[in-house]
Design a protein around this ligand. Structure first.
Ligand code: GTP
Ligand code: MG
Length: 327
């Protein structure tokens, strides 16, 4: 008998899942405020930060900390985990195929769930095309490289193209009309709106099987709004917080997060590559996988895996074709 069998499945021990109000210190008013801010169940509270919960529920940070701890106990989150438990969780990781074998291999089998994959590169390097491809691929059944899921798309630059998505979906044998129904797009008008769309995505993902969240682009609004040295610290702080919310989404829904990012000239770099991704270290350290895309002889692109906890650095060549991403 496996050790897992000793722990009864939740369905056998609980008649109904615990509600926010079941937590000590959470009355109706607090529960309502929490729900309004997007904390709909204990899992979401368990992985939240005291600071965020305090603000959301209008309570002190100490009280927030206690609520989070209690939520963690109830849903069994937090504390130390054995290596085998971590392995078990990793087994639940899903992967979405890019439809390029080389690119999938570079990523260890496709774009991973419970992680942020950041793609950065110059205009036309294929970042948006990759997002569109994944929004179609995610809908495929698992044996074809998908997760039989849906996608949420936060569009900051108005570059989402439904016609193009339909074309890419059709090439996969999906019904284009149905495929478009399964991609939920919101236009973000500024960085603040962009941040507010994450709790909206949480709401949506409670109703629909969302397994992919695309943010295209992650940094454009932040870059445009926070100008000059004086604004840098706040920009980085806001980006950091935003990315952690995205990660939380990935954890809660076992979804993949794809963020696109542009490159900018870095006046501080005198030698080596004078261009780098916007957001610098904050974005780089929070992203689980970081891919640098560059143009090669058309229609080819070169992807370089820059930063990964468990995969070797390397490069893959793929093409942007009429049908989408291919080798
Ligand atoms: P920015 O958002 O401007 O930073 O660029 P990006 O990296 O998002 O580029 P994007 O993914 O939009 O790539 C644009 C390129 O993809 C075009 O220059 C084309 O080479 C290719 N592409 C886009 N649409 C099509 C299409 O319908 N057919 C083909 N064959 N190629 C396409
Ligand atoms: Mg783009």
């Amino acid at each position: 008998m496996s050790p897992k069998a000793q722990k009864p499945a939740p369905a056998e021990t609980e008649e109904a899942p615990p509600e926010l109000e079941d937590l000590p210190g959470v009355g109706q008013a607090t529960a309502d405020k929490l729900r309004e801010s997007g904390y709909a169940d204990l899992m979401e509270l368990a992985v939240a930060s005291p600071d965020d919960v305090a603000t959301a529920a209008d309570i002190g940070e100490g009280a927030a900390q206690k609520i989070i701890q209690e939520a963690r106990k109830r849903v069994q989150v937090g504390g130390f985990e054995s290596g085998s438990a971590i392995l078990e969780r990793r087994r639940k990781l899903g992967r979405i195929s890019t439809l390029s074998k080389a690119l999938d291999e570079l990523l260890g089998g496709g774009v991973e769930t419970q992680a942020i994959t950041e793609v950065y590169g110059q205009f036309g390097s294929g970042k948006t095309q990759l997002g569109l491809q994944l929004s179609a691929s995610v809908q495929l059944p698992p044996d074809q490289g998908g997760l039989a899921g849906e996608a949420v798309w936060i569009d900051t630059e108005n570059t989402f193209r439904a016609e193009r998505l339909a074309e890419i979906a059709k090439a996969l044998g999906l019904d284009p009309t149905q495929a478009l129904e399964r991609v939920h797009v919101a236009r973000a008008f500024n960085s603040n709106h962009q941040e507010l769309l994450v709790p909206k995505a949480f709401e949506l993902a409670r109703e629909r099987p969302v397994r992919l969240l695309v943010v295209d682009s992650l940094t454009a609004h932040f870059r445009a709004e926070f100008l000059g040295r004086g604004a840098l610290a706040e920009r980085q702080q806001r980006l950091n917080r935003h990315m952690h919310e995205l990660l939380r989404f990935g954890d809660v829904f076992n979804a993949a997060i794809l963020c696109t990012n542009q490159v900018s000239a870095r006046p501080d770099v005198l030698f080596g590559d004078p261009t780098g991704p916007i957001g610098g270290n904050i974005v780089g350290h929070t992203a689980t996988y970081r891919i640098y895309l560059r143009k090669s002889k058309p229609p080819r692109r070169i992807a370089r895996l820059v930063d990964s906890p468990n995969l070797p650095e390397g490069e893959a060549v793929f093409s942007v074709t009429g049908e989408g991403i291919r080798d």
